[in-house]
Design a binder for this molecule. Structure first.
Ligand SMILES: Cc1cc2nc3c(=O)[nH]c(=O)nc-3n(C[C@H](O)[C@H](O)[C@H](O)COP(=O)(O)OP(=O)(O)OC[C@H]3O[C@@H](n4cnc5c(N)ncnc54)[C@H](O)[C@@H]3O)c2cc1C
Length: 467
């Protein structure tokens, strides 16, 4: 990093908000498996030139304006839990760590709104509203290791999304600093018909369109009742059909998760020794609605040929649901593992499952290829594939890893599915984004980026397909 830029940052922000040294090592990459593999193998991983730690939106404006004047690139950093390589700075970059912007700004119990600084840890945000008997209802597995600004920037989905929606359904307003240094507040009422919804420029932009500095989320009152239910599925198709019938009839258990037999054998072996799948549900809300939903869903499941499983499956899942894997332990055991989430309409999802898992199993190194669904819509659902590959020599892991991803992306495209349900694009999926958006769609995204960030300073190399 050019010393005068570091000096100018110190002048304008104060020394305490500018970090060099070890702080650079700690922010070299996010949770992407491949970055961890390269680092574990001792491959050189570049560091940002300097870390800026703003404490307010005004500080972010100062940083962005300095970047514009000097033509310096910026990489926003929440808590680094992204899994697609969205954070890969080099020494020419100012990394903007939002960690000091961690205030609960306001909780409005009448309008059910809560405003937070963008760098606030997600679990701390949830705990702040829970203390008032409220909930955000957004429970990504990474809730304790991600920020509310990161949720917006990656279009995150929580485990209770079937009932409560994804982050784009929960967001009320977004405060952000644009690449020209302007501060915008997008969204100020429950709904607007005021031209295109500009919040969507930042939802899923992964740091390429500006820096989110604050978010206001719509809350819920904590549910009166919560009940678990579970069913064995004789086939994947039977479980999908039951889920379709439930949501299309207007019932919305916040959690519906269907596991294939391979995942049942790994994660729920105490609940069945047979080779079969499992559908677990969490019903919650007003007690009368929960009771009615349980009863009707039970009937739909029975008619669909599903057999009741012990409801204890639900609490078992709840207890272990936020486990964060250690990639390094897996590498040391000669394994590389990842998950890939896609989505598709009901009529296409099974073909994608069959094609993708068969294609993964063609690789000799792949020991496990499985999937579950976890986010359900009237129009279809997601699939969350897991692959586990084994190599004695870690030098072979990267090739297999990328091949696994290519196979799932291609199988999904072949059958008309969507390539990214909630983890975003980063550098990992960037080569496939044109498959998702089409050539004209990708060209439109590049033009939007050019208009918003004409100097191309915001998180360069991330998300936007190269021209
Ligand atoms: C174990 C594990 C489980 C996970 N489970 C889920 C899950 O259930 N659901 C889900 O959706 N995701 C999940 N993720 C992925 C990840 O946690 C989410 O993408 C999360 O939203 C990222 O938040 P973060 O604050 O860590 O962002 P980071 O990783 O720091 O950043 C992610 C991207 O957003 C940009 N960015 C971050 N903050 C800002 C900001 N304030 N303004 C502009 N750009 C910004 C970064 O530049 C980067 O490109 C999981 C990850 C792990 C490791």
């Amino acid at each position: 990093m050019n010393e005068p830029i570091v000096d100018a940052l110190r002048d304008r922000l104060g020394d305490a908000k500018v970090q060099t040294g070890d702080a650079l090592d700690e922010r070299r990459f996010d949770y992407w498996v491949l970055s961890h593999l390269r680092d574990w193998r001792g491959e050189p991983m570049e560091r940002p030139g300097v870390v800026a730690c703003p404490e307010s939106a005004a500080d972010v404006q100062t940083i962005v304006r300095l970047a514009g004047e000097t033509g310096t690139s910026l990489v926003p950093f929440g808590l680094g839990s992204g899994v697609c390589g969205g954070i890969q700075p080099d020494p020419s970059v100012i990394l903007v760590d939002l960690g000091k912007m961690n205030r609960v700004r306001e909780i409005d119990e009448t309008n059910l709104l809560a405003s937070f600084d963008a760098g606030l840890n997600g679990l701390e945000a949830e705990e702040a509203v829970a203390a008032r008997g409220l909930t955000i209802g957004h429970w990504p597995q990474s809730i304790a290791i991600s920020t509310v600004g990161g949720w917006v920037s990656t279009r995150a989905a929580g485990q209770f999304s079937t009932g409560y929606g994804n982050i784009e359904d929960i967001i009320y307003s977004i405060e952000a600093v644009l690449p020209n240094g302007d501060l915008v507040e997008l969204g100020k009422a429950p709904r607007a018909a005021a031209g295109p919804d500009l919040r969507h420029l930042l939802l899923g932009a992964e740091g390429t369109m500006g820096i989110v500095t604050g978010v206001t989320l719509a809350l819920r009152r904590q549910p009166e009742d919560r009940v678990y239910a579970a069913y064995y599925t004789p086939s994947l198709a039977a479980g999908f059909e039951v889920q379709r019938n439930i949501v299309q009839a207007g019932w919305l258990p916040p959690v519906m998760r269907q596991y294939d037999a391979s995942e049942v054998a790994r994660n729920f072996k105490d609940y069945t020794s047979e080779d079969r799948g499992l559908l677990l549900m969490v019903h919650e809300g007003p007690a009368a609605r929960v009771a009615a939903e349980m009863e009707t869903v039970y009937e739909i499941a029975r008619k669909g040929g599903l057999e009741e499983a012990p409801p204890a499956v639900g609490p078992h899942w709840m207890e272990g649901r936020n486990h964060v894997p250690s990639w390094r332990q897996l590498f040391e055991g000669n394994l590389i593992v990842d998950t890939i989430e896609i989505s598709a309409p009901w009529t296409r999802i099974e073909a994608i499952y069959e094609d993708a898992t068969a294609s993964l199993r063609e690789l000799e190194a792949v020991k496990i290829a499985s999937a579950h669904s976890s986010h359900v819509y009237r129009t279809g659902l997601n699939l969350y594939f897991t692959f586990v590959a084994r190599h004695e020599d870690s030098a072979d892991m990267e090739g297999t890893y990328l091949d696994c991803w290519r196979r799932v992306m291609e199988a999904t495209t072949r059958h008309g599915g969507g390539l990214a349900h909630h983890h975003g694009i980063g550098r990992l999926r960037k080569p496939y984004l044109e498959q998702e958006l089409g050539e004209s769609g990708a060209a439109l995204l590049r033009r939007v980026k050019q208009a918003v960030d004409p100097q191309a300073l915001m998180n360069p190399g991330n998300l936007i397909p190269d021209a």
